[in-house]
Design a protein around this ligand. Structure first.
Ligand code: NAD
Ligand code: MG
Length: 411
């Protein structure tokens, strides 16, 4: 029986996680659930899973919850509450499914406590990849990618691959002499990673119509049902840009070894190219319960509730290169990962502000990339030595993004 904390249990990934967990009551018990809004759903989750703790962001929410959750569930609040349930001695597995920068601290708390961490919150790695991966190595935490593309790549890599192992460890494990190469995993015979992405709802929309698309249109993803922030990121393809950065950290490669390929059907979730010309892919219906079940049970396999893939019914699987003029965020993300240091944190922060402004109807869809671009143009990159330095970069980039999006007096 493994004890599980779900950070962000009321979100799209959180709900899918609990759906898989409910199918395996003898394997998993829920230790803690956390949420920011949708408090009624959080109460229902507590009634169903009877966790030891539930954590909310504010003390007002905590007071509201106290009279409504089962007696065995204790209510905590704030960042201390989140860190406590992420790192508690009794927890075996932590699903990191809070959206955005807010997920960084609790996810790091789980990593530092050496947990098995199922990482959906890609923004944590984008912001603080260096510190994050160093913490994984130091604590011996087991890091498993849940983002479908990274989970697919992980499944296509040899079993000996470990996220966060240094090249030296890999070499020692495999008793292969270290080679002087840009690509850490090339000793496993890997030449390239191919990240697939659907191209989102506007892949074929005439370019001159993009400035007038609405938030609801942007959130209507053709294949996946997700939270609103990541849905907008998919429409701009900033999501693929963030995933590029995420892949560089998880798999210890540089950006030149990660190719982005558009695959509108979202059946092939990503691919790994090997030195001998083999390309391995992971396929499945687009349903996050597959990578979630993979992470939960790894290295075993369990039932996830996802319908089996019917390839004949799926019909044609097509691929095309991304159009950078349609998706300028891809170029911005590549530039940020090349700059390294705190540039990806600034990119992520500017993007969060721009997406929020678009969802509130305050800026046009096409201005999202403009806001990020202006922040990055003026950004002078430095190497963050601490979490505080990352958070400082995040705050500065948010302020710059707000200023550009709304004007200095209207933030
Ligand atoms: P969502 O918006 O549906 O849910 C987010 C969760 O985080 C909710 O439980 C919410 O209450 C909580 N939350 C929001 N703001 C918070 C704050 N300030 N403090 C604490 N908790 C807060 O998002 P989602 O689609 O489930 O995505 C979650 C993460 O997983 C994101 O990082 C996303 O990029 C990643 N991801 C999602 C999918 C998907 O299919 N939804 C796929 C791959 C990766
Ligand atoms: Mg993804």
């Amino acid at each position: 029986m493994q004890a599980l904390t779900v950070l962000g249990s009321t979100g799209s990934i959180g709900v899918s996680t609990l759906d898989v967990v409910a199918r395996h009551p003898l394997r998993y018990s829920v230790f803690a659930l956390t949420g920011h809004s949708r408090l009624k759903e959080l109460v229902s989750q507590c009634q169903q899973f009877k966790p030891r703790y539930v954590v909310v962001t504010s003390t007002q929410s905590a007071d509201w919850l106290k009279t409504r959750v089962p007696v065995e569930t204790q209510v905590l609040s704030g960042s201390e509450g989140l860190a406590a349930v992420a790192g508690d001695d009794q927890v075996d597995v932590v699903m990191a499914a809070i959206v955005g920068a807010a997920g960084l601290e609790p996810t790091l708390a789980a990593v530092r406590a050496g947990k098995k961490v199922l990482l959906a919150n890609k923004e944590a790695l984008v912001m603080a990849g260096g510190l994050f991966m160093a913490a994984v190595r130091d604590s011996g935490a087991t890091l498993l990618p849940i983002d479908s593309e990274h989970n697919a790549i992980f499944q296509c890599l040899p079993e000996s691959f470990v996220c966060g192992a240094t090249n030296a460890n890999l070499n020692a494990n495999r008793q292969v002499k270290a080679k002087n190469s840009a690509l850490g995993i090339d000793i496993l015979g890997v030449r390239k990673l191919l990240l697939s992405g659907s191209g989102g709802p506007f892949r074929t929309t005439p370019l001159d119509e993009l400035s007038s698309v609405t938030p609801d249109q942007a959130c209507a993803h053709p294949n996946w049902t997700m939270g609103r922030k990541i849905s907008v990121d998919s429409a701009t393809m900033m999501n693929k840009g963030l995933e590029l950065i995420e892949a560089c950290w998880l798999f210890d490669v540089n950006e030149a070894h990660v190719e982005i390929i558009i695959h509108p059907q979202s059946i092939v979730h990503s691919l790994v190219e090997y030195a001998d010309g083999s390309v391995l892919a992971q396929l499945g219906n687009p349903d996050m319960r597959t990578p979630i079940a993979h992470g939960l049970a790894w290295p075993e396999r369990i039932e996830s509730g996802v319908a089996m893939l019917d390839l004949a019914a799926a019909g044609t699987l097509s691929f095309e290169p991304p159009d950078i003029s349609r998706f300028p965020c891809l170029g911005l993300a590549r530039a940020a990962v090349r700059d390294s240091g705190d540039a990806p944190a600034a990119l992520n922060a500017a993007n969060e502000i721009a997406v929020e402004a678009f969802l509130e109807g305050r800026i046009a869809f096409t201005r999202i990339a403009d806001v990020v671009d202006v922040v990055m143009q003026g950004w002078s990159t430095s190497e963050p030595e601490s979490l505080g330095a990352v958070q400082d970069a995040d705050i500065r980039a948010r302020a710059l993004a707000r200023e550009f999006a709304f004007g200095p007096k209207n933030q």
